[in-house]
Design a protein. Structure first.
Length: 479
C-alpha cells in the first residue's frame, strides 16, 4: 500500500502536496499540518448504510437502500410533500427558545463554549429531561461512563431511560446510532471522536469534518436530532474547521463570565429559527437552572447610583445589555487624567470634547474614569450616548431613572446619529426588563419594533437626549 504525505490546513481544511508557511486557500499562517495518507485512504468510501440499518429500514420510512440506488430527479416545488415541522422539547424553555422552539428531528446542532463553561452539564440535564418522553443516547467521548454517571447523580438524575455510551471510535458510535435509532443523540464532543480510517489525530480538521459528515448522514437518514459539543479555540472561535459550522443546522454558543454564575446561550446560526434569541442559565451546585427573568440577574437589586448608565452593545448579530460607570472628579494635575476600561480612550476624549463644547461643561478641569462592567470591550460608537450620560450624571451627581437604556452615536457637532440593529438592541433591552430607551431621532424602526415593549424617547442632539434621560437639563446651572 503506497504512503504519501498531504498537508492539511487546520483552519479551512484545504489540502496540498507541498508544505507552505501560509495556506494558499485561506491565508492563515502556520496552519498546515502533515498527514500521512495510504493509497487506500484516498479511494476509501464509507458504506452508506450498514446491513443492520438496511434491514431496519424495511418498513414505513423510505428504504435506505432505495435512497442509495434511486436516481435523484428534481420535481416541481408544488408536488413536494409537506411534513409539519415537529419539534422535540429539550426540557428547558431557555434552550427551546434559542433553538427556535425545540429540537428539529434529523437536525444537527453544534453547541460550543469555553472549557468548563458547562456544555456537558447543559446537555446531560437536557438529555435527562428528554429521556422521559423520547429515546435518548448520550455519547461521552471525553469522560468515562463512571464520570458521566457521577455528574448525572449530582444533577439529580433519577428514573429516565437515558442510554449512555462512553466511546471515541466513530464506527462504534455510528453502529450504536443505527441499532438504537434514538430520537435524540448527544455527542460530547465532536473533537474527541476518532475515525480509525483516517491517519490524522482526533480533533484535526480532517477528523472533525469526516466524523461530523458521517454523523450528519445518519441523522438525516433516520431522523435523529443530533447535538454535538464543540470546543472553542483560544482565539474564541469554534474549534475545527469553519466547514463544521456550514454542515450543521444550528450553532449555539454557551458563554459566561468566569467570575459570575450566569451563563448565556445564543444561536449564532439557526436554519430553523431566529438567531437573536438569548437563553439565560445560572450555574448552581445541582447544575444549571433556567433564569426566566434575567433582568433580576443583570440589574441586580442594587439601587442605581450616580454616574451609572446602561447601553445595549451589539457584537455581530448579538445584542448585550451592558452597564457603564463613570467617575468625574476635580483634577489635581496640570492635564486631567482620562482612564477608560473597556472603551477606547480616544473615544472618551472625543465624547468629553463634545460635552465641553456643546453643553458648556468645564470637563477639562476634571479627571474622568470610565469602566464597562464585566470586563467587556465595547468598540462600537453606539455606546457614545451611554458614555456621555454616565459622565454627565457623575459630574452632576444625578441618578438615572431605573430601567433606562441609551443607544446612539455622537457626532462632533453634538448631534445624535442613528445606529445599526436598533430593533435587535431594543428587543434585547425589553427582554431583559428595561422600560425606557433613549434613541436617536429618525432611527426608522421597522415592523419588528411593533412588538417591543419599551417607551422610546427620541432625541436629535446629545443635549436633548440628556434632558430626556436625566429628567433635568445638565447645562442649566453652569459651574
Ligand atoms: N461537584 C460540583 N459542584 C458544583 N459545581 C460543579 C461541580 N463539578 C462541576 N461543577 C461546575 O460545572 C462546571 C463544569 O461543567 P461541564 O463539565 O459541564 O463543562 P464543559 O463545558 O463540558 O467543560 P469541558 O469543556 O471541559 O468539557 C464547572 O466549571 C463547575 O462550575
Ligand atoms: Mg464537557
Amino acid at each position: 500500500m503506497g504512503r504519501s504525505s498531504l498537508y492539511v490546513c487546520q483552519t479551512c481544511g484545504a489540502q496540498t502536496r507541498q508544505f507552505f508557511g501560509r495556506c494558499a486557500a485561506c491565508g492563515s499562517w502556520n496552519s498546515l499540518v502533515e498527514q500521512v495518507v495510504t493509497a487506500s485512504d484516498t479511494r476509501r468510501r464509507r458504506p452508506v448504510v450498514s446491513a443492520a440499518a438496511a434491514a431496519g429500514a424495511a418498513g414505513g420510512a423510505p428504504g435506505a437502500s432505495d435512497l442509495l440506488h434511486r436516481a435523484r430527479r428534481s420535481e416541481s416545488i408544488h408536488t413536494v410533500g409537506e411534513r409539519p415541522l415537529q419539534r422535540l422539547g429539550s426540557g428547558y424553555g431557555e434552550l427551546d427558545r434559542v433553538l427556535g422552539g425545540g429540537l428539529v428531528p434529523g437536525s444537527l446542532v453544534l453547541v460550543g463554549g469555553d472549557p468548563g463553561i458547562g456544555k456537558s452539564t447543559l446537555l446531560l440535564q437536557s438529555a435527562e429531561a428528554m429521556a422521559a418522553r423520547h429515546s435518548v443516547l448520550y455519547v461521552s467521548a471525553e469522560e468515562s461512563a463512571q464520570q458521566v454517571k457521577l455528574r448525572w447523580r449530582r444533577l439529580g438524575g433519577a428514573g429516565s431511560q437515558l442510554q449512555l455510551l462512553a466511546e471515541t471510535d466513530l464506527e462504534i458510535v455510528l453502529q450504536e446510532l443505527e441499532s438504537l435509532r434514538p430520537a435524540v443523540a448527544i455527542i460530547d464532543s465532536i473533537q474527541a471522536l476518532h475515525d480509525g480510517e483516517l491517519a490524522s489525530a482526533p480533533g484535526s480538521v480532517a477528523q472533525v469534518r469526516e466524523c461530523a459528515a458521517a454523523l450528519a448522514r445518519i441523522a438525516k437518514r433516520q431522523d435523529t436530532a443530533l447535538l454535538l459539543v464543540g470546543h472553542v479555540t483560544k482565539e474564541g472561535t469554534l474549534a475545527g474547521p469553519k466547514v463544521l459550522e456550514h454542515l450543521v443546522d444550528a450553532v449555539l454558543t454557551f458563554e459566561g463570565d468566569r467570575f459570575a454564575s450566569h451563563r448565556l446561550l445564543r444561536a449564532v446560526k439557526n436554519r430553523f429559527g431566529a438567531t437573536h434569541e438569548l437563553g439565560v442559565f445560572e450555574m448552581r451546585d445541582r447544575g444549571l437552572v433556567e433564569v426566566t427573568n434575567p433582568s433580576e440577574l443583570f440589574l441586580g437589586s442594587d439601587e442605581p447610583s450616580a454616574g451609572t448608565a446602561t447601553i445595549v452593545a451589539c457584537e455581530g448579530t448579538r445584542a448585550l445589555v451592558v452597564e457603564l460607570q463613570a467617575l468625574v472628579s476635580t483634577t489635581s494635575y496640570a492635564s486631567p487624567r482620562r482612564t477608560a476600561t473597556g472603551i477606547g480612550t480616544n473615544r472618551l476624549h472625543q465624547i468629553l470634547a463634545v460635552l465641553e463644547k456643546h453643553l458648556g461643561l468645564p470637563l477639562s478641569r476634571f479627571d474622568c474614569y470610565l469602566a464597562v462592567a464585566g470586563g467587556l470591550e465595547v468598540e462600537e460608537p453606539a455606546a457614545d450616548l451611554g458614555v456621555a450620560t454616565a459622565v454627565v450624571a457623575s459630574y452632576r451627581d444625578l441618578t438615572l431613572p431605573p430601567g433606562t437604556v441609551l443607544v446612539g452615536e455622537l457626532g462632533l457637532g453634538g448631534q445624535l446619529r442613528p445606529v445599526g440593529q436598533l430593533e435587535l438592541r431594543l428587543q434585547e433591552a425589553a427582554r431583559l426588563g428595561f422600560r425606557r430607551a433613549v434613541v436617536p431621532k429618525g432611527s426608522g424602526l421597522g415592523p419588528m419594533a411593533a412588538g417591543i415593549d419599551l417607551q422610546l424617547l427620541e432625541a436629535g442632539t446629545v443635549a436633548e437626549a440628556l434632558v430626556l434621560a436625566l429628567g433635568v437639563n445638565p447645562a442649566d446651572d453652569r459651574a
